[in-house]
Design a protein around this ligand. Structure first.
Ligand code: PDD
Length: 290
């Protein structure tokens, strides 16, 4: 079945879905996006994603392209037209199309809206989760990475460095060697007392929707969460490490650079959280309230 994409009011075959070369996202990376997990045809944590999108638009002085209800309708149409049961839906809103000029005039711009969806095989069994290796890289992004913009060149470079090193992700660190987040996910460790540690929200990390969900699930399971910065060295000596994102769920990290984490296998806290996340996603699939 050929893939269908939504572009500015039309559902088109993926191969014919285009935006203009004067779209400001093409010239200036002037756009924002969301990636939302789909389980049994339903979007997971839809409210959190829509709230983050609204915030990204506001922080960049972009207007709402249409109501949330209309955007949600487009996403469900795209999911249905691509017959996605389990997978991801991608929504991008660009500021609009205008002759190339750094400054924009809000009056003249009509936002570009693009939506795609694709199927993904979801993990079933937390006990079968396999640990991954990550590398560390300096965080050389701009100072507002809390906004989910398509300006992702440093992230793409870091992720490529990870792939070339045979690693799954790049963990980024600031000028004090403290881990910020990963190229496309949030970073976590479990300390020797079994506490979950993750960097607090601020301008220097993306407020991950999965991060937020995992904090809620941890407290439901009696796992203490401490939101504080941790160093690369602390991570290498942690009992467990993992990362979270819409596309990676809760992913055990068993090696950071050359350091093996714990006993080299996914830890119990990480597996508990992955299992809890899968139960939660399943509840959404069954139509039960989150
Ligand atoms: N990335 N940090 C960064 C830099 C990210 O790009 C992402 C998500 C996250 C995790 O956010 P969430 O839990 O809301 O997915 C953290 C998406 C999946 C992407 O760019 O494809």
């Amino acid at each position: 079945m050929s893939r269908i994409a939504y572009v500015n009011g039309r559902y088109l075959p993926h191969s014919r879905a285009h935006v203009h070369i004067d779209d400001r996202a093409h010239n200036f990376a002037d756009g924002v996006y969301e990636v939302i997990l789909v389980v049994a045809g339903r979007m997971v944590d839809e409210e959190g994603h829509m709230a983050r999108l609204t915030r990204s638009l506001r922080e960049l002085d972009m207007g709402e392209p249409m109501s949330d209800a209309a955007l949600i309708h487009i996403m469900y149409q795209t999911i249905a037209r691509n017959r996605v049961m389990n997978g991801m839906v991608y929504l991008q809103v660009n500021r609009g199309t205008a002759p190339r000029n750094h400054a924009y005039d809000k009056q003249d711009l009509v936002p570009t809206v693009v939506c795609t969806a694709k199927s993904v095989v979801l993990p079933h069994d937390a006990d079968k989760a396999v640990g991954v290796k990550v590398i560390t890289r300096p965080d050389n992004r701009w100072e507002r990475v809390d906004i989910k913009t398509v300006s992702l060149l440093p992230n793409a470079m870091a992720k490529t460095a990870a792939s070339r090193a045979g690693a799954y992700e790049a963990w980024l660190f600031d000028e004090n060697n403290m881990v910020t987040e990963c190229s496309s996910s949030n970073a976590w460790i479990v300390d020797q007392e079994g506490r979950l540690i993750t960097r607090p929200l601020g301008l220097d990390i993306l407020p991950g929707i999965t991060r937020d969900r995992v904090i809620k699930l941890a407290s439901e399971h009696g796992i203490e969460v401490v939101e504080r910065a941790f160093s690369v060295d602390e991570a290498k000596n942690a009992r467990e490490a993992f990362l979270t994102s819409t596309t990676s769920f809760v992913k055990p990290v068993t090696q950071i650079d050359d350091a093996v984490i714990g006993n080299g296998h996914p830890g119990t806290t990480t597996r508990t959280l992955l299992a809890a996340y899968l139960v939660f996603a399943n509840k959404i699939a069954m139509g039960e309230a989150a």
